[in-house]
Design a protein around this ligand. Structure first.
Ligand code: CMX
Length: 425
């Protein structure tokens, strides 16, 4: 057994007891009210979920287990995974042990490559990636344990096991999707001496003479890991998982939500938007030209990708971290410079549109330019990167939900007519 499971086995029982007593004593207290506008407005602001891995205060952005993101951007993604699950950062021994576990579980079954090879050549990389996860469902340790009659209190254990299994394989699968879909040549064998993120960079096969691409991958995989429980991917996944579907079903299901243009796909849309401005004006756009283009985008009924957020009301700290990386490693890159100019101009435009609640950049506004700089120019792949990282949060949330014994998610819906009658009364 790995040290991660050992730690959780030791610490979870007291926490679970505390939560049981807390909900028993206070279960009748009101924590949120719902207005009709929220019922028809995506339940924005309704508190009805629990997520202990991370929270997103509108004025601060991502906080993982009480630590603000800006304090931990130098951590490896696998360190963040440990933090998400346990509430502590791992010490050197614990980190090494987790990396050993991931390495031991990293072999991808051959049939996954066969399935990917059989998919149409123009399949979206997200469809390929999620198919690869789903096809591995036959490996599920939770499904087997459940069929063998495992007790409810132990559900989390096989969920953790299969989370580690799948997380260990995602870099190789993601890298193959990239190489296969964009004709980059044969699969590159993993290098088990590298950490999870650097090994992924290695298997992608992007030229990286000074090691900064590997650094970007580590940062990327850390920044996108989790964003509390109500975002589309986490919430969809939690709902699927609450039916006791295993990780292969729930993770691929949640990541299908990430594939939408209002969620993770915005990073592909965002760089496209920036490159369109260059094509339209024939040069790096000036602030005045960018302002005009932003207004034209809005007038055509489209969103300005990479800007706005359902929860945040500040510049996303994840965007700040990417901007810092770009300023350090590629300050003169023309696309990166345009990203900075967009940041100077677009919030001023969006602020003038009354209905837009958050005019500031979100995580997707800057990451694409950094990838482009290193020669990863295939926009449609970018959400796969997001997915590999988000799997850390989704899996952690699933393990914890199972440990807490949370029931099947089943909010109440009502027909419009009933709401009309209710409001009349
Ligand atoms: N450009 C144009 N219009 C925008 C906008 C933007 N960047 N952000 C919000 N709006 C519009 C909404 O479309 C909505 O219009 P309608 O009422 O006509 O439908 C209105 O402003 C109110 O929206 P809101 O309450 O401010 O924001 P929502 O919570 O409804 O939506 C989000 C949030 C992210 C979907 C939205 O800001 C958006 O579409 N942004 C661009 C896409 C994007 O970057 N998505 C990535 C988010 C991060 C992630 O999850 O990956």
């Amino acid at each position: 057994m790995g040290l991660l499971k050992e730690k959780l086995e030791k610490e979870l029982p007291a926490l679970i007891k505390e939560i049981r007593e807390f909900t028993k004593e206070n279960g009748h207290k009101v924590v949120s009210e719902v207005k009709l506008s929220q019922v028809y407005g995506g339940l924005r602001g309704v508190k009805g979920l629990v997520c202990d891995t991370s929270e997103v205060p509108p004025d601060k952005g991502l906080i993982i287990r009480g630590i603000e993101l800006k304090e931990i951007t130098d951590k490896l993604p696998e360190e963040i995974f440990w933090l998400l699950l346990t509430g502590d950062l791992p010490n050197a021994t614990e980190l090494k042990d987790l990396q050993r576990e991931l390495n031991e579980r990293a072999d991808v079954p051959t049939y996954v490559w066969d399935v990917l090879d059989a998919m149409p050549a123009d399949s979206h990389p997200m469809a390929m990636f999620n198919t690869a996860i789903l096809v591995m469902q036959r490996e599920s340790k939770f499904a087997k344990a459940y069929a063998d009659g495992v007790q409810k209190v132990d559900y989390w254990k096989s969920t953790l096991e299969e989370s580690l299994d799948v997380i260990a394989k995602l870099p190789a699968i993601g890298a193959y999707v990239y190489r296969k879909r964009f004709d980059k040549g044969d699969r590159i064998a993993p290098d088990t001496t590298l950490d999870w993120g650097a090994n992924y960079a290695h298997m992608l096969g992007i030229e990286d003479k000074d090691g900064t691409f590997a650094e970007l991958m580590q940062l990327y995989l850390t920044l996108h890991c989790d964003h509390e429980g109500g975002n589309v991917s986490a919430y969809s996944s939690a709902t699927i998982s609450s039916a006791l579907s295993d990780i292969y079903y729930s993770l691929s299901g949640g990541l299908n939500g990430l594939a939408g243009p209002l969620h993770g796909l915005a990073n592909q849309e965002c760089l496209k938007w920036i490159i369109e401005t260059e094509e339209k004006f024939g040069h790096a756009p000036t602030p005045a030209e960018l302002e005009k283009f932003a207004w034209e985008t809005l007038a055509s009924g489209k969103v300005v990708p990479g800007y706005g957020h359902a929860v945040l009301r500040i510049t996303d700290p994840r965007y700040d971290a990417f901007l810092k990386f770009g300023k350090k490693h590629m300050p003169e890159d023309p696309i990166f410079k345009t990203v900075s100019t967009v940041f100077d101009v677009v919030p001023g435009v969006l602020r003038q549109v009354k209905k837009i609640k958050d005019p500031w950049p979100n995580v997707d506004a800057g990451s694409g330019a950094l990838l482009y700089h290193y020669g990863m120019k295939e926009f449609s792949y970018y959400t796969v990167l997001f997915s590999i990282s988000r799997a850390l949060g989704i899996c952690s949330q699933s393990v914890i939900a199972r440990a807490y014994g949370l029931p099947i998610i089943r909010p109440k819906s009502m027909p419009t007519k009933k709401y009309m009658e209710m409001v009349k009364d």
